[in-house]
Design a protein around this ligand. Structure first.
Ligand code: SF4
Length: 698
């Protein structure tokens, strides 16, 4: 049927955007959305992005036919599906015959449904037989994932249902601005505060969230690790350790206790800029509460030392005994719609479905049996996201890239370098529903379905598996990613079955995940329907699911959590100096989501937030000769952007903030530093050194 054709009834589903996955109904003519009361995450609330989500279905520049370039440098022109798919398969065959399997790269996204993420990983491993697959989640929460695996033996976002936030005695939110990024989350925080609980926010900016906090620790960018170690030092001094929990449920505390000895309060104040009395108050609030939660988000995680930074907060949580208490613990707030599920089913360079390690022989044998292939043909681990993009078109890197659900020209660090690498490819294929900045550079563009036009499952920030349902017909001419993968697999002569039905793919995913850390085998579409979502791990259909995976034991071999000593060292990969004397930090604003490819097409959101800007303190602006609203040139060692200055008292004097949602000359990621965390391979989006000057157009 035509785009936006009226649905017959309102269909219960979830928002197309962030990891809160607010419940909404979609239907009517013209199509509209309404919030659902029966979903605990939002209980009748939506943010501006969610309220306007129906407009995504009718964006005027929706792609409805494949596009292709006749030759290098030729314009993108409409073509038929067979023509496009034949061309892709032929090029893949030609390149692999000449250069080997790994000449093809695949790049996925944390917004893809579980079914697509699973099928994409399988497609790379047994249809292309390439090791070169990774996804944009590596830019999102991978440092928290690595730290959780290392300490708890399992990476599952929140330690319990989101409703635990409302029942907490204290919540410390590190580097997350939920009042803007996921406003309905604040309902739980407000309820907690009304019951007498305290909100502590750690952020270099006095954000909308920090303004509602009982205590705001306004750290120097890149110093969160020192802050956490300093808080642990004070927890020891204040006698707030949970000795029983430490003795019975953890290992390695003595080494950590010794390692924080040098983080005495004055030193931590010097490093972080947070006054000692505030540090002490934060420790008391967390340590005296029974149910306290420490939650990290991108501000703590997007660092070249992100894994160690998150580890420092996990150490603190463990020392206070929080993960042993119902309603307390450590958790990571994921960002992308399927930020949790997107990392579990095999689109990560080092993983197979069920969150299994690709270098584990038993995992390979299990997954190979489900796929109906010899384990030998499954390749080993590939490059991480930035390394993969950075290697494109080089002598030993992929010469073709198939990209689904991502827009790295805007969202990857050091974006001009990424553009250069994409331009050096023999073949770039992009599946998207609009011509994103990345799709514009493609050789073949495949028009795909979007959220409310197809069904599938997502796993929200709680670890609860939810159903997105088909609510409206897709416009003629577009196909689902599952159809695209099946059609290509067929042309490539791939082994295995390639269903285009999400329910069938989900059943295969369940089998592939059985026995793995992220076990979905007991979850069915019917159960999700009946129970309003099911928490993984869920190893059997009569298993209730696991809302609180760490309450009784951790998923390490001995069942104990591991304390791991971590050091602040030199701090951020790039410090400020004479040439680049100001810190840059990046982030999001209320009206936009990620690279903006979707939200920059929605009228009310563009009106609310039309362009990028550089937030800076009036004192800093004064020194630089900058006035409010003036265009400024912001330059790092990697590039320059021109944006309008916005003077605010709420930011540190040494820091500017630019949101990363825009392309063009205000593209924040032209500036960011791709220094990678050694464990998670997360780039350091959250801090680099810049120079700021008034911009005089020539
Ligand atoms: Fe909810 Fe996030 Fe959608 Fe906003 S963007 S409505 S917070 S899921």
């Amino acid at each position: 049927g035509p785009a936006g054709a009226p649905a017959t009834a309102d269909t219960p589903t979830h928002c197309p955007y962030c990891a809160l996955q607010c419940g909404m109904t979609v239907g009517g003519g013209p199509v509209r959305v309404a919030p659902r009361e029966d979903v605990p995450a939002n209980r009748g609330g939506l943010c501006q992005k969610g309220w306007t989500a129906a407009e995504l279905l009718t964006v005027p520049d929706r792609l409805t036919t494949p596009l292709m370039r006749a030759h290098l440098g030729a314009p993108l022109e409409p073509c038929g599906w067979d023509e496009a798919l034949d061309r892709i398969a032929a090029e893949i065959g030609r390149l692999q015959a000449r250069h080997g399997r790994d000449v093809i790269g695949v790049f996925g996204g944390g917004g893809l449904t579980n079914e697509k993420a699973y099928q994409l990983g399988k497609f790379a491993r047994i249809a292309l037989r390439t090791s070169q697959i990774d996804y944009n989640g590596r830019f999102c929460m991978s440092s928290a994932a690595a730290a959780l695996n290392r300490a708890f033996g399992l990476d599952r976002g929140l330690p319990g249902p989101i409703t635990d936030v409302a029942r907490a005695d204290a919540v410390m939110l590190v580097g997350g601005n939920v009042a803007e990024t996921m406003p309905p989350f604040m309902r739980h925080v407000t309820e907690m505060r009304e019951r007498g609980g305290a909100l502590i926010v750690v952020d270099p900016r006095r954000t909308a969230t920090a303004r509602q906090a009982d205590l705001h620790l306004q750290t120097t960018p890149g110093t969160d690790l020192a802050l956490a170690n300093g808080m642990l030092y004070l927890a020891v001094e204040e006698g707030l350790l949970d000795e029983t929990f430490i003795a019975e449920r953890t290992g390695g505390f003595e080494a950590v206790r010794r390692s924080v000895n040098t983080y005495w309060p004055d030193r931590v104040e010097r490093i972080t800029g947070v006054p000692v009395p505030q540090l002490r108050e934060a420790v008391r609030l967390l340590g005296r509460g029974v149910r306290s939660l420490i939650l990290t988000a991108r501000g703590a995680e997007q660092h070249a030392r992100g894994t160690d930074t998150v580890t420092a907060f996990i150490n603190l949580a463990l020392a206070l005994g929080l993960p042993g208490r119902e309603g307390g613990g450590y958790g990571c707030l994921t960002g992308q719609g399927n930020g949790q599920g997107g990392r579990e089913h095999g689109q990560k360079a080092d993983q197979l479905p069920g969150y299994r390690r690709i270098d584990d022989p038993a995992a390979r044998a299990h997954v190979a049996a489900v796929w109906g292939v010899d384990p030998q043909i499954i390749p080993g681990p590939g490059r991480s996201a930035y390394e993969l993009l950075d290697a494109l078109g080089t002598d030993d890197g992929p010469r073709a890239l198939l990209l689904f659900g991502s827009n790295p020209v805007v969202s990857a660090p050091r974006a001009d370098r990424i553009e250069e690498r994409l331009n050096a490819l023999d073949l770039l294929v992009v599946s998207d529903f609009v011509l994103s900045e990345t799709a514009r550079r493609a050789d073949v563009v495949l028009p795909t379905m979007q959220w409310a036009e197809e069904s599938g499952t997502l796993t929200n920030l709680e670890g609860r598996v939810l159903r997105r349902r088909r609510a409206v017909p897709a416009p003629a001419g577009v196909r689902s990613d599952l159809e695209i993968l099946a059609a290509l697999a067929g042309r490539l002569g791939a082994p295995g079955t390639w269903s285009t039905e999400p329910a069938e793919v989900f059943d295969e995913l369940r089998a592939a995940s059985a026995g793995g850390p992220a076990d979905y085998s007991g979850i069915t579409y019917q159960r999700i329907e009946k129970e309003g979502g099911v928490f993984w791990p869920c190893p059997a259909e009569d298993h209730p699911g696991t809302p609180r995976p760490f309450l009784d034991r951790f998923h390490t071999p001995d069942g104990r959590a591991r304390f791991i000593p971590v050091e602040h060292g030199r701090g951020a990969a790039e410090g400020i100096d004479e040439d680049y004397p100001v810190y840059l930090t990046t982030g999001r604003v209320l009206a936009h989501y990620q690279s903006g490819a979707q939200t920059r097409r929605i009228g009310p959101l563009v009106e609310a937030s039309p362009e990028p800007f550089a937030e800076m303190h009036p004192d800093l602006a004064d020194r630089l000769g900058v006035t409010d609203g003036m265009d400024v040139r912001v330059t790092s060692r990697r590039g320059t952007v021109v944006v309008r200055a916005r003077l605010v008292e709420s930011i540190r004097h040494d820091t500017v903030f630019i949101p990363f949602h825009w392309a063009g000359e205000g593209r924040a990621n032209l500036l960011t530093n791709p220094a990678l965390d050694p464990t998670s391979r997360m780039p350091e989006f959250k801090v680099c050194a810049v120079r700021v000057e008034p911009h005089e157009p020539n």
